[in-house]
Design a protein around this ligand. Structure first.
Ligand code: HEC
Length: 211
C-alpha cells in the first residue's frame, strides 16, 4: 500500500515536470497556444497536481526520512517553488517559470538520490560500512551495520515498523529467508545487494538477538 503510494507520487511528480517543461516551451514559443492548453486541460492538470500532493502528504506522515536533511530541503524548496511557478505562469514571467522549473528538476534529483548534493545515499552507506566494519565479533559487526542501515526504519529495538513492516523480534522468517530479503529488498524495503554475504549474515545474526 505504502510502496504503491510512493510509486504514485514519483510517477505524478514525473508527469508534473514533463507538463511543466511543455508549458515552459509554449511560454517562450506560443503564448496563445499556452493559454488554450491551460484552459483546455485544466481538469487533467488539477488531477495530476492533486494526486502528486496528496500521495506526497500521506507518505510524509509515514516517512522515516522526516529528520533527514535532504527531506527538509525538499519540503522547504517545494513550498517556495510552487507559488513561484503559479505566479510565473499567471503573469507570464518566463524567468520565474525557468527558475521554478530548474528548482523542480533539482527536487526530483534530491528525492531520487536522497542527498542535497546528489551523492547517492547508497554509495555513501557502502563506503561507511567498509570503513567502519573491522570488528572481529560478528554480533558487534552486525549491530554496527544495523545501526547504520536498518535502524531508521526498524528502530533501535527492531520494533518501530515503518510502512507496516513486522516487528523484527516477531519475524517468522528463517535466516536464509532473511538474508534473501535483505539482499533483494521487498516493497518499500530497499535491497542491499552491494553488501557482501558475510555482512548480511552478521546483520541477520544481530537481528536474531533483538527481543
Ligand atoms: C526504508 C525502510 C527500511 C529499511 C532501511 C530496512 N527495512 Fe527491513 N523492512 C522494511 C519494510 C517496509 C518491510 C516489510 C516488507 C514487506 O513485507 O513488504 C521490511 C521487512 C524486513 C524483514 C522481514 C520481517 C518479516 O518477518 O516479515 C526483515 C528481517 C528486515 N526487514 C530486516 C532489515 C534489515 C536487516 C535492514 C538493514 C540491512 C532493513 N530491514 C532495512 C523497511 C525497511
Amino acid at each position: 500500500m505504502m510502496s504503491l503510494l510512493l510509486k504514485l507520487h514519483i510517477f505524478t511528480s514525473f508527469i508534473f515536470i514533463l507538463l511543466m517543461l511543455y508549458k515552459l516551451i509554449l511560454l517562450f514559443s506560443n503564448k496563445e497556444k499556452l493559454a488554450t492548453f491551460l484552459s483546455k486541460n485544466r481538469a487533467y492538470n488539477t488531477v495530476i497536481d492533486s494526486l502528486m500532493l496528496l500521495s506526497g502528504i500521506i507518505a510524509l506522515f509515514f516517512s522515516p526520512a522526516l529528520k533527514e536533511s535532504w527531506f527538509i530541503v525538499k519540503i522547504i524548496l517545494f513550498m517556495i517553488l510552487l507559488p513561484l511557478a503559479i505566479i510565473g505562469f499567471k503573469k507570464q514571467k518566463p524567468l520565474l517559470v525557468v527558475i521554478s522549473f530548474i528548482g523542480f528538476v533539482y527536487l526530483y534529483g534530491i528525492s531520487e538520490t536522497k542527498s542535497p548534493v546528489f551523492r547517492s545515499a547508497r554509495s555513501m552507506l557502502k563506503k561507511q560500512i567498509q570503513q567502519d566494519i573491522e570488528v572481529s565479533d560478528p554480533i558487534a559487526e552486525g549491530k554496527k551495520i544495523y545501526t547504520l542501515t536498518c535502524q531508521r526504519c526498524h528502530g533501535e529495538d527492531g520494533n518501530m515498523g515503518v510502512y507496516g513492516a513486522k516487528k523484527l523480534s516477531e519475524s517468522k522468517l528463517s535466516d536464509a529467508e532473511k538474508m534473501k530479503l535483505i539482499s533483494e529488498g521487498k516493497g518499500v524495503m530497499p535491497n542491499y545487494s552491494f553488501m557482501p554475504e558475510e555482512n548480511v549474515k552478521a546483520v541477520v545474526d544481530y537481528v536474531n538477538t533483538l527481543k
